[in-house]
Design a protein around this ligand. Structure first.
Ligand code: GLU
Length: 320
């Protein structure tokens, strides 16, 4: 079996809040429970949304909680060459293409196909630029997209298995369509950067918030096209605000109060179904790891989840 390597990959749009601390703690506990390595990657590709101070601030918050990475953190803003190489591979193999569509063009094309856009639904790309042999005609290319049809022109169906949510399936072609790898403004998409980095860093296990579960098929598709290994996935419950909404900077989630790190960690652990009490931080982390290990015992591989097993300690799927 490959050596366990996990990671926490925050977007530095603000300090850690109650929800992101849960993802950080879960990924750290899973790595420690497997006697594995744990890395931190600052995902600062979406520069307009990032706060230049937040990356260092988050690293300080993690350190106060005793969550220390096993290697120096990497910053995605310094890794463009890796993303560019992956993009060129896909373009060379005809798997990615330049797209000149504006948002308005995409909406008009969908309308022309008789597909009304449902509220909050993904803006599925109708493939307008996908069959132009010499690239977009007339208008300048704005973005680069990856194809979501297989070699025979059939839909791409992604089957995968989450350690908590169990077997999952998505028709990527219909649910998402050809998605963006490099944006019209020249920024790298999260999907490409995360796939390239997880492979480059040798990540064997991805543990993150449940809101990213529906991104996983896009990432598996890219792994398959690029010939990269597929990590084992675990999506943990989200912490929701009083109105049931996902906590995030956009709805005013406040920085987690780390004047008493153990109190913050105890709240985060409770969201993971753990009940941890200890006199000091080191003991707290040891006890939390022991509880996490016993909750995942017997679940050595994702295949176990496919047969109906679940991580017992974790609460079921969060309802939005
Ligand atoms: N950077 C992403 C976020 O903070 C998480 C990426 C991941 O864990 O795959 O939402």
């Amino acid at each position: 079996m490959t050596a366990y390597c996990g990671r926490f990959a925050p977007s530095p749009t603000g300090p850690l809040h109650a929800g992101s601390l849960v993802a950080a703690l879960a990924s750290w506990l899973d790595a420690r429970a497997h006697a594995g390595r744990w890395l931190v990657r600052i995902e600062d590709v979406d520069t307009p949304r990032c706060d230049p101070q937040a990356g260092e601030f988050i690293l300080g918050q993690l350190a106060r909680c005793g969550l220390l990475p096993d290697a120096a953190p990497v910053w995605q803003s310094q890794r463009s060459a890796l993303y560019d190489a992956a993009l060129q591979t896909l373009v060379t193999h005809g798997q990615a293409y330049a797209c000149s569509c504006s948002r308005g063009d995409i909406l008009r094309a969908l309308h022309g196909l008789g597909q009304a856009r449902l509220r909050h639904a993904e803006l599925v790309y109708a493939g307008t630029c996908s069959n132009r042999p010499s690239g977009p005609d007339g208008k300048p290319a704005r973005a680069v997209r990856v194809r979501t049809v297989d070699a025979n022109g059939a839909d791409v169906i992604i089957d995968w298995c989450d350690r908590r949510l169990g077997p999952q399936q998505q028709n990527l072609t219909r649910a998402v369509g050809d998605f963006v790898l490099k944006r019209a403004d020249g920024l790298w998409s999260y999907q490409l950067a995360v796939v390239v980095d997880d492979a480059a860093q040798g990540i064997s296990h991805v543990v993150r918030g449940e809101d990213l579960a529906d991104n996983t098929p896009r990432q598996i598709h890219l792994q398959q096209l690029l010939g990269l290994p597929q990590p084992i996935y675990l999506h943990v419950p989200l912490v929701r605000g009083a109105g049931g909404e996902k906590l995030g900077k956009s709805n005013g989630a406040v920085a987690v109060d780390l004047t008493r790190p153990m109190a913050a960690l105890t709240t985060a652990a409770a969201a993971l179904g753990l009940d941890v009490a200890a006199p000091a931080l080191g003991d707290w982390l040891t006890e939390a790891t022991r509880q996490w290990r016993s909750s995942v015992s017997g679940l050595g591989a994702c295949e176990a989840a496919a047969q109906g097993a679940r991580i017992r300690a974790l609460p079921p799927r969060t309802t939005p």
